[in-house]
Design a protein around this ligand. Structure first.
Ligand code: ATP
Ligand code: MG
Length: 138
């Protein structure tokens, strides 16, 4: 069990100016910010980040969406971070997400679902290292 996870606050949330509200919800649930920045995915970065989904029917739409405008990326720290964070964000489809979850509150639909959360310790490490060097993690 590692104590770090990686998140993306997705384009539609940042476009509405709600990234502060989402970051606040993370910290209210005990997640500490280790690294944080605003950035915009290039097509190449998005294809690599979501490579696992390359054969899925929604892949092209996902690339278009995630590259469409800036996002906020962060590494977060808490005991049991990966699992607890997935619980906090809720189901992939906001319509199915539990009351009180981030996707229920901020998500629009199964594609525009507000936030990303790493699904394993290994992926948390890999994803965080795409965006932050060790000297950028505090
Ligand atoms: P994430 O990886 O973003 O935390 P997740 O692990 O809940 O989400 P994945 O199955 O990894 O879900 O899907 C990655 C992303 O692809 C989703 O967050 C969503 O933006 C998009 N996506 C997933 N399924 C669909 C679908 N059926 N139609 C459209 N977009 C989808
Ligand atoms: Mg996933």
């Amino acid at each position: 069990m590692s104590n770090r996870t990686f998140t993306i606050i997705k384009p539609e949330v940042v476009a509405k100016g709600f990234e502060g509200k989402v970051l606040d919800a993370f910290s209210e649930r005990g997640f500490r910010v280790v690294a944080l920045k605003k950035t915009q995915f290039s097509l190449e970065q998005a294809s690599r980040f979501y490579a696992i989904h390359k054969d899925r029917p929604f892949f092209q739409g996902l690339l278009k969406y995630i590259t469409s405008s800036p996002v906020v990326v962060a590494i977060l720290e808490k005991e049991n971070a990966v699992q607890d964070f997935r619980k906090l964000i809720g189901s992939t489809n906001p319509a199915e997400a539990e009351e009180g979850t981030i996707r229920k509150k901020f998500g629009s639909n199964i594609e525009q679902n507000a936030v990303h959360g790493s699904d394993s310790d290994e992926n948390a490490q890999i994803e965080g290292s795409y965006f932050f060097s060790l000297f950028e993690q505090y």
